[in-house]
Design a protein around this ligand. Structure first.
Ligand code: IFG
Length: 513
């Protein structure tokens, strides 16, 4: 018998080791997708991503190229390739193909992701659907591939579409200011989980954060501090437009909020004439609420609001402007109603639709108003009776500034503690009596920043709860339960770590080691 040398045995062992370390995942149903897709069918093979060199884009439909370029960048990061995009008017036989479905073929914002050995096809009902299909594809791949492993996408078909069309988060940039780069990072977090709205809380007692050219002292003076006395800051209109574009390239709409008549100390400190007594207020760096109000019976107040809404509407392509309306504790009820009625007419004049915190339901409410439910069921159901839609942001479930538990070193707990399961285990359509799915525009998880000062702290309060809100907004309630969801969330811990996200490692989640 021929003597088998030690060397040849080593070679055999190495090749066996090599093949199992390259174990190719070929079961698409094993990917821990969040949000959970409507349907996933596996066909048991793998598309070799390292061969992906061309990303074809259907000629004609708008908004697909940015998605294709986004995908090319991710593929090149993961494989070292130099994949390029190319428009085509016919379906290619290999590579990646991004296209728009026939009218009515797929649900709004939905997509069909078909993967075989040679071709990955992302077919969207619309450009947003294509981008959401891309996010699903990316979840079959690692966030990083530092040791240049060959990468395969498991083959099969995913057909998917969202429960609600408005799936968002709010970032309070007034209590503490977050610069353009930090806001872009937050937009990236939303995009990973198919959220499509970023509500920016741009003004409050502690700071005015958006340049208004006709009222320059709002930022020159009113933007110069923040909670705790830091230097604050603001976005020039050019920077705001840069954020709008960055978000749009990720199918995310910016909803700007000017909170009024309460939460206006920064404006009242900037312009004496906005105060009923004609005296400018001091800048405020504390965290009390409900002590400020614009002067609702002065004409200049409405000229001020007209200028602000006009300038904001000009740089906001999205359909909504948020007028705030919360905690106007020093505005007499009738003055408040009179004020909100007048502000609605101003916003309508600039062809924008109104969102306001649930207190605005006490006003007349014109058509197409959305009441953002945060704390008061009576206000909200009154808004429904007046024909308003509801944006669900129940503080006790969805406020990202609520502490996880009594040991959380950041955040508040006036609405209660929100551990990861409590933030996930609820259905917007049944949470509040009198509010049903038909009344609901969507879901939004606000992050108030009284106690949150930088992006690391934003990450700690946002992760791991944000993916849960994204799933509540996207996946049918019958398909959701905490015990199954937590096993998928557990597999995203490694993704958070690879992204450098400083997340709260809740003991309720069986994180992968
Ligand atoms: N309520 C206030 C916010 C903020 C929040 C902190 C709303 C609509 C408490 N208004 O929530 O300004 O202070 O959790």
């Amino acid at each position: 018998m021929r003597k088998i040398s030690v060397l040849s045995i080593l070679v055999i062992l190495m090749s066996m080791f090599q093949s199992c370390s390259e174990k190719i995942e070929t079961d698409l149903t094993q990917t821990a997708f969040i949000p959970k897709p409507t349907s996933v069918t596996a066909t048991g093979d793998g598309y070799n991503l390292t061969k992906a060199s061309l990303i074809y884009v259907q000629e004609g439909p708008a908004g697909l190229l940015s998605t294709a370029e986004f995908l090319a960048e991710k593929i090149n990061q993961l494989t070292g390739n130099s994949a390029e995009t190319k428009t085509t008017n016919s379906t290619p036989s290999k590579g990646v193909y991004i296209s728009i479905a026939e009218d009515g073929e797929l649900n709004k914002q939905g997509y069909e992701l078909k993967i075989n050995k040679n071709l990955i096809s992302i077919k969207g009902a619309d450009a947003a659907g294509c981008f959401f299909g891309l996010q699903t594809l990316l979840q079959t791949l690692p966030v990083a591939n530092d040791n240049a492993q060959p990468l395969y996408v498991p083959t099969g078909t995913i057909t998917d579409s969202p429960e609600y069309y408005y799936r968002g988060s709010m970032l309070d940039v007034s209590r503490h200011f977050f610069n353009v780069e930090e806001v872009k990072q937050y937009i990236d977090f939303l995009a990973m989980y198919k959220m499509n709205v970023l509500h920016l809380h741009l003004s409050d007692d502690q700071g005015w954060r958006i340049e208004i050219k006709s009222w320059p002292k709002l930022t020159d003076f009113g933007g110069q501090t923040e909670v705790g006395g830091g230097e604050g800051g603001f976005y020039t209109q050019e920077q705001y437009k840069e954020l709008v574009q960055y978000a749009a390239d990720r199918q995310i709409m910016i909803v700007p909020e000017i909170d009024m008549p309460g939460h206006t100390n920064a404006a009242l400190a900037s312009y004496a004439e906005l105060n009923c007594d004609g005296k400018a207020r001091e800048l405020y760096t504390g965290t009390e609420v409900g002590f400020s109000t614009l002067c609702t019976d002065k004409e200049i107040t409405y000229q001020f609001i007209d200028d602000v809404i006009r300038e904001l509407a000009e740089i906001t392509p999205g359909p909504y402007i948020h007028i705030g309306g919360d905690e106007s504790h020093v505005t007499a009820h009738d003055d408040y109603v009179y004020f909100v009625n007048k502000v609605q007419d101003i916003v309508k004049k600039y062809d924008k639709k109104i969102i306001g915190w649930d207190e605005i339901a006490n006003a007349k409410l014109i058509d197409d108003v959305t009441v953002q439910f945060w704390a008061d069921v009576e206000n909200t159901t009154m808004g429904v009776e007046k024909g308003a839609q509801v944006l669900m942001s129940p503080a006790a479930r969805a406020y990202l500034d609520m502490q996880y538990d009594s040991t959380t070193h950041l955040g508040l707990h006036w609405a209660g503690y929100i551990e990861v399961d409590h933030g996930y285990d609820w259905d917007p359509a049944t949470l509040v009596e009198g509010i049903t799915k038909e009344n609901i525009l969507g879901i939004e998880a606000p992050l108030w920043s009284e106690t949150v000062t930088n992006i690391d702290e934003v990450e700690y309060m946002t992760f791991p709860r944000l993916p849960g809100y994204a799933e509540i907004g996207w996946t049918a309630p019958a398909e959701r339960n905490w015990d199954e969801y937590k096993t998928r969330l557990a597999k995203h811990g490694k993704r958070f770590e690879a992204l450098g996200i400083d997340y709260y490692k809740s003991a309720l989640v069986p994180w992968e080691e």
